[in-house]
Unconditional design. Structure first.
Length: 284
């Protein structure tokens, strides 16, 4: 789910935890509920009173990732040199989530970005961190493949996987997405209530109680989320820069440039991208 980068990001969420409390239901923003309940109930936390801007803006050309992606990158890069962190985010901004509207160029940038990500993995990370890093970068690359260009505005929009706050249980459900999927008219009413200062809390409370009784909705939502993730994972196949030498930066650059020679397109934009990556890593 993409969110406008100019608005604060709060996500309204609903999850059930059947393993330990099969009869409890709670509405939260960023963490599991802190108060137990003896019966099925709905709680709207103070943070949720600000409501999800996901209920106001559905898409954005600016990509900020999911909570899981953000947390993964933060943990992986926090102890890296500044130039490595800068190069990592440069890959995302210059190769994956870009303003390039030409399909062939976008594909080439993604493939080069994954090769650059592999260079970082092989030269700056241990085995476990490298595996997590590449999983995260492949997911972002897969998200980039969902980009569609609005013919009227020429803005590129991306689809992201269903989100859940870091630390939330696996059976977590995003209430805003549920509302969009199953009761779009209610979402419209909610948006109008937010915009006009109306009683949006009662609308949300009523819908949350309805979700608690609709196991079919929850099942469909989770299946759709699982299918989306599988499709994303399948969308990044072999690329033209796979298995490029990562022994050192000079060899890497030389090998990538050699592979560009046989490409049936003007590769000037790729050379510029590669040079920017090299310069970033060489900074002291």
């Amino acid at each position: 789910m993409n969110v406008n980068g100019n608005a604060p990001h709060t996500i309204m969420n609903l999850y059930t935890s059947r393993k330990s409390h099969p009869d409890r239901l709670a509405l939260v923003t960023d963490a599991p509920p802190v108060r137990p309940h003896d019966k099925d109930s709905v709680e709207i936390s103070p943070g949720a009173r600000q409501l999800a801007d996901s209920a106001i803006v559905h898409h954005s050309a600016v990509y900020f990732g999911t909570a899981q992606i953000h947390d993964s990158l933060k943990q992986l890069l926090q102890d890296q040199p500044a130039q490595v962190s800068e190069a990592a985010y440069g890959i995302i901004q210059s190769n994956f989530i870009t303003n390039e509207t030409d399909t062939d160029k976008r594909a080439a940038l993604v493939e080069l970005g994954l090769a650059q990500a592999q260079f970082i993995a092989d030269n700056y990370m241990d085995k476990d961190a490298a595996a997590q890093w590449m999983d995260t970068m492949r997911l972002i690359a897969a998200i980039s493949n969902t980009g569609t260009v609005d013919p009227d505005t020429n803005v590129i929009r991306y689809d992201t996987p269903a989100q859940r706050p870091v630390g939330a249980p696996d059976d977590y459900v995003d209430l805003g997405e549920m509302m969009r999927r199953f009761e779009p008219d209610t979402m419209t009413q909610l948006q109008e209530a937010i915009a006009t200062g109306g009683d949006w809390g009662s609308i949300l409370d009523t819908f949350a109680r309805k979700v608690a009784a609709r196991e079919d909705w929850v099942t469909e939502y989770r299946q759709a989320a699982a299918d989306q993730m599988k499709e994303l994972q399948r969308s990044t196949g072999p690329g033209r820069f796979d298995r490029t030498s990562t022994s050192d930066l000079t060899s890497f650059v030389r090998d990538v440039q050699a592979r560009m020679t046989g490409m049936e397109m003007d590769t000037g934009f790729l050379h510029s991208n590669l040079e920017a990556f090299m310069r970033t890593l060489q900074r002291q």
